[in-house]
Design a protein around this ligand. Structure first.
Ligand SMILES: NC(=O)c1ccc[n+]([C@@H]2O[C@H](COP(=O)([O-])OP(=O)(O)OC[C@H]3O[C@@H](n4cnc5c(N)ncnc54)[C@H](O)[C@@H]3O)[C@@H](O)[C@H]2O)c1
Length: 253
């Protein structure tokens, strides 16, 4: 029996690699992404590569409750209840805290924390009904150790780590696990946009490479294996955990 997974922000970057891994493991996947064309293109590509209609792409702005609810309803109507929720969407612009303003804070909080919380609130009742569920929040090492220029984003990611742990406690007896996965610097459009194309960006990129014990940045596929594992039956006794996938950049006890 195929389970249904939702991957938010699955049109590209880390989310696309997660969607591909979950489909390869036999799940059906709904990609909810603000970029409808890219979501549908990625869904088609993954479906072709696994040889079945495993993935659909649906437009949703996760920072807008009405938009994600409409998308969720459409997915459930078409594919049934959701068993696996991967809150992967994330967004930020690197800026010193004092350069940010309240409009920016609101956007960062809406995309990285409030939106994922609202979607999770809608999905958990389906998991309770099935007495089985997997919630995987893609947080960030910024939420564990801080990250200069990312104050509010770091606050949200730390918030998502606390949220994951509390869900783990509240729903453990219903066979629903909840974990946070923290990417370190990973080669995706998000990181590349933040670094920019100039000399400074290149220097930061090279500096990151030097600082990472494995001497390279993460690739989206590096994250997918951990998420696929946590989403499956073999991870049924792992809950409330925060796992960094960062080539050893951060080693938290
Ligand atoms: N790349 C890194 O270095 C890094 C490091 C730590 C944590 N992360 C986290 O990993 C996750 C994935 O990041 P990524 O680097 O793959 O990002 P990305 O920007 O490359 O991809 C994000 C995807 O989300 C979609 N998206 C953006 N805003 C959306 C919204 N409001 N609603 C729906 N979809 C939206 C985009 O269209 C895109 O497909 C994020 O939560 C990010 O914070 C990334």
């Amino acid at each position: 029996m195929s389970r249904l997974a939702i991957v938010t922000g699955g049109a590209g970057g880390i989310g696309a690699a997660i969607a591909a891994e979950l489909a390869t493991l036999g799940n059906n996947v709904a990609i909810l992404d603000i970029n409808k064309e890219a979501a549908q293109e990625t869904a088609e590509k993954i479906s072709d590569s696994v040889g079945r209609d495993a993935v659909i792409g649906v437009e949703a702005d996760i920072s807008d409750d009405a938009s994600s609810e409409t998308a969720l309803n459409l997915v459930v109507e078409q594919l049934g209840p959701v068993s696996i929720l991967v809150n992967n969407v994330g967004w930020d612009r690197i800026m010193g805290f004092l350069e940010t303003d309240s409009a920016f804070w609101d956007k960062v909080i809406a995309v990285n924390m409030r939106g994922p919380i609202a979607l999770t609130h809608k999905v958990i009742p389906m998991m309770l009904e099935a007495k089985w569920g997997r919630i995987i929040n893609i947080a960030s090492d910024a939420g564990r150790v801080g990250s200069s220029g990312e104050a509010v984003y770091s606050a949200c990611k730390a918030g998502m780590i606390g949220f994951s742990k509390t869900l783990a406690r509240e729903f453990a007896r219903a066979n629903i696990t909840s974990n946070a996965v923290c990417p370190g610097p990973t080669d995706t459009p998000l990181l590349n946009n933040q670094l920019g194309e100039g000399e400074t960006g290149r220097k930061i990129y090279e500096g990151l490479k030097r600082a990472i014990p494995m001497k390279r940045l993460g690739q989206p596929e590096d994250l997918a294996g951990m998420v696929g594992f946590l989403a499956g039956d073999k991870a049924s006794f792992i809950t409330g955990q925060t796992i960094s996938v960062s080539g050893g950049l951060t080693m938290n006890g």
